[in-house]
Ligand binder design. Structure first.
Ligand code: CMP
Length: 139
């Protein structure tokens, strides 16, 4: 059965451009409930650990550098079929390929500065949510 939670980060480009409010509004309008949320800045160690699965990819260094370049907003979101529905709401990883009306089509500028992260599976949603929020509280 699909889990009802996913994890997101509003990335440094979206935060820097002043899009936090507009993006959270779209998330709420799409029927997601914000269960936990924090604005923070990742250290290099944090970003390396979070993106460990991509460590062998050629863009890993660029990804870590970018994700530590400014504040991000991390959140756990709740809705039926959360992982799949949120990935539809944000659109393709590359904003050039994202569907009209999706968050990345509206707010992302490139494949690395792509405005938002969304978990790609229920398993990763749980791991990623715990990465930020697991130590302080049980949601
Ligand atoms: P995200 O959903 O946060 O998960 C991994 C990230 O790696 C992805 O969003 C992109 O921002 C980034 N990424 C994926 N492919 C590339 C690429 N070819 N070049 C740069 N960054 C990439």
């Amino acid at each position: 059965m699909a889990s009802n939670r996913t994890f997101t980060m509003l990335k440094p480009d979206a935060v820097e451009a002043g899009h936090i409010g507009a993006i959270l509004n779209k998330i709420n309008e799409a029927g997601f409930r914000i269960v936990a949320m924090e604005m923070t800045q990742l250290s290099t160690q944090d970003a390396q650990a979070f993106y460990e699965v991509h460590k062998e990819r050629p863009f890993y260094g660029e990804l870590v550098e970018y994700m530590t370049s400014g504040p991000i907003v991390a959140a756990i979101l709740e809705k039926d079929n959360a992982v799949e529905d949120f990935r539809k709401l944000i659109g393709a990883t590359n904003p050039a390929e994202a569907a009209e009306g999706t968050i990345r089509k509206l707010y992302a500028t490139s494949i690395s500065a792509n405005a938002v992260h969304g978990s790609d599976s229920d398993e990763n949603a749980a791991i990623e949510g715990a990465f930020y929020f697991g130590k302080r509280a049980q949601f």
